[in-house]
Design a protein around this ligand. Structure first.
Ligand code: PMP
Length: 360
């Protein structure tokens, strides 16, 4: 129904639909790519300490302590880092800052569905570039569009929801194809085995790399994301952010984020645990007849030749296991399954065996 209260654009928006956050905690939750391990104990201690004093005061609008910790980790300076309330907010500001150019933004046809939502929000035309039949990004398809005037390029690497990684020389090709536009590389999942483009920042003034603490740092609940790039891009993002919300990170998030980067051993231990569970899970799923796309992320994207994905997802839910099914063209027969603890992976495999018996 039309409302006289709303700006006309509100009716045209197609909002992002996040995966289910169930109220029951006995479910095995493998549907939103969270880390199955809790954050470092040092993060909890830092948040508790930060909560003891100072909450009556605004936080540092620059979150400088966290920028510094991130810059040190990545061999950059704090001027190369932009912070946001989750990487979704960082992405939103980047789309606003760089891609409202009156011409289409290039992105893979299968990728993180929020990209298209931001395009709707900011009226950015989209040109979807098809992945190959094997769900690989084909750089030559981008090269074929070279004559087209474009607003920029956005890719997730590793891609979501496929988990497939893109080698650095392909990222470089994209950067060279569009030297006057920003190429945004969303590396939300890179710590689980992908290659990071952060090393290329000094060479490419058009490269913006976006990261999150939600996945490899086990902090989805704290909402911290960041972007790295040359100073002129970071300055543009700061202008947008300071026209929207000066304090996107609260005091607890800044303190917890710093501690997460300080506890290198915990970060290494948990990401290795996730990657090793992934190896075991891939083999077990293949034994059950699934085709598993090669994943460099904390999830796998799978399809089954005999059973349809929606039916499997419904069956798994009845057995207390949540996975993600996207009812979208080309991927409606796939399931995205987050990598859990060994116990959660076992529960998934047991539930799958029961579901297949029921479907047989
Ligand atoms: N990018 C990709 C590719 C994602 O899958 C997600 C998680 N849904 C995000 C960004 C956003 O993560 P967050 O806002 O938790 O940092």
């Amino acid at each position: 129904m039309k409302s006289t209260y709303c700006s006309p654009i509100v009716e045209r928006l197609v909002p992002y639909v996040p995966g289910e956050q169930p109220k029951l905690d006995r479910l095995v939750k493998l549907n939103t790519n969270e880390n199955p391990y809790p954050p470092s104990p040092r993060v909890i201690a830092a948040i508790q300490a930060a909560a003891q004093h100072g909450l009556e005061l605004y936080p540092d609008p620059e979150a400088m302590a966290l920028k510094q910790a991130i810059a040190t980790h990545h061999g950059l300076t704090a001027q190369h880092v932009f912070m946001g309330n989750g990487s979704d907010e960082v992405l939103a500001h980047a789309f606003f800052a760089f891609f409202q150019q009156g011409c289409p933004l290039l992105m893979p046809d299968i990728s993180y569905s929020f990209y298209k939502v931001y395009c709707g929000l900011y009226d950015i035309p989209v040109e979807q570039v098809a992945l190959t039949d094997e769900m690989q990004l084909d750089v030559s398809a981008y090269a074929r569009l070279e004559g087209l005037s474009v607003a920029g390029v956005v890719v997730a690497n590793p891609n979501a929801p496929t988990g497939i990684g893109l080698p650095m020389h392909h990222i470089e090709q994209l950067l060279r194809l569009h030297p006057t536009r920003v190429v945004l590389v969303d590396e939300a999942y890179v710590d689980f085995g992908g290659d990071s483009a952060i090393a290329l920042i000094a060479q490419y003034p058009n490269l913006l790399v976006v990261h999150t603490l939600s996945k490899s740092r086990s902090l989805a609940g704290l909402r911290v994301g960041f972007a790295c790039g040359q100073r002129h891009l970071i300055d543009a993002l700061e202008r947008v952010k300071n026209s929207f919300n000066s304090y996107p990170l609260d005091r607890l998030a800044i303190a917890g984020g710093v501690a997460a980067f300080e506890d290198v051993a915990y970060f290494e231990q948990t990401r290795q645990a996730v990657m090793s569970s992934r190896e075991g899970l891939v083999l077990a799923l293949e034994d059950l007849g699934f085709k598993v796309l090669p994943s460099q992320a904390n999830f796998v994207f799978v399809s089954h030749s005999q059973h349809d994905a929606a039916g499997i997802a419904t069956g798994l839910r009845a057995h207390g296991v949540l996975v993600r099914h996207f009812k979208l063209p080309r991927i409606e027969n796939y399931l995205r399954i987050s990598i859990g603890t060994p116990a959660q992976c076992d529960a998934l495999l047991q539930a799958l065996a029961s579901v297949f018996t029921g479907l047989a």
